[in-house]
Write a protein that binds this ligand. Structure first.
Ligand SMILES: [Zn+2]
Length: 262
């Protein structure tokens, strides 16, 4: 069956990841803050003022030398530039914000590598769109172009809760400090018995929650209002998806909770 007509290739071909440029681990991107590494450090970073023309030097735990920590090192460099300045109330707030974002990002990198976090405060769940059977980035890209003119900005991951439901939340990016929408899809959909139209259906549903925010009517939160239901039915495989969702998904979730492979 041709699922999406002309969109079919969007599901078939995963977009290639751009090649990452090489980043030196000894200096910040702007070349002003130098990084040193210490194997004694684990949960802390230090800075020394005025090493190079008034710019600080940052001492980081040794494991942060890896390229995955490049973005975290940039935050550490920014933190050090502020930390060596006079501690005004405004500067103190900036320092605190940078430190929080730095550790959130470090934890994120560790979680993505499958390692335990240094601290668990406010940390993002690992974002894993590649499943065993379906790649959620590909599904999201097809839905976004078919139903939202490519205008939705969000990230997507398989849910980390075993046997959980699909949901949408707002998270804070530790690098930019900006908020973003995160769609989490139940792993019950990442199954050999799950057709592409069913994954696309649940992704479309969660995308609609971003496009149609919760309304407050007579003091009540209306999550799936009339407009939402009308738009939801515009999905071309709505009936097929709902049937799969009601008949197969509960069985998959039941199996997952008993530790069975889908
Ligand atoms: Zn919903």
């Amino acid at each position: 069956m041709n699922l999406f007509g002309v969109q079919l290739d969007l599901f078939g071909n995963a977009p290639k990841e751009p090649e990452k440029p090489k980043v030196p681990s000894s200096v910040s991107m702007n070349g002003l803050v130098h990084f040193k590494y210490n194997s004694q450090l684990k949960k802390s970073i230090r800075c020394k003022g005025g090493a190079l023309f008034g710019h600080p030097e940052v001492i980081l735990p040794h494991y942060m030398k890896d390229p995955e920590f490049a973005a975290a090192r940039e935050l550490a460099a920014e933190w050090a530039e502020h930390a060596i300045r006079r501690k005004t109330a405004k500067n103190k707030a900036t320092i605190k914000d940078l430190v929080n974002r730095f550790w959130t990002l470090v934890d994120q990198v560790l979680a993505d590598r499958g390692e335990s976090a240094v601290s668990s405060k406010g940390r993002l769940p690992p974002i894993r769109p590649q499943g065993k059977y379906h790649n959620l980035n590909d599904v999201l890209a097809a839905i976004n172009s078919t139903y939202f003119e490519d205008k939705l900005t969000c990230r997507i991951t398989w849910s980390n809760r075993v046997g959980g439901l699909s949901f949408h939340s707002v998270r804070k990016d530790p690098v930019t400090g900006e908020e973003f929408h995160l769609i989490s899809i139940s792993k019950g959909y990442d199954a050999a018995n799950c057709p592409e139209y069913a994954v696309a259906g649940v992704v479309y549903h969660e995308c609609l929650h971003i496009a149609i925010p919760v309304e407050i009517r007579n003091g009540r939160r209306v999550v799936h209002g009339r407009n939402f239901r009308v738009r939801e039915r515009q999905y071309i495989y709505y009936d097929e998806w709902i049937r799969w969702h009601n008949q197969v998904l509960p069985k998959n979730i039941w199996a997952m909770r008993r530790g069975k492979e889908l």
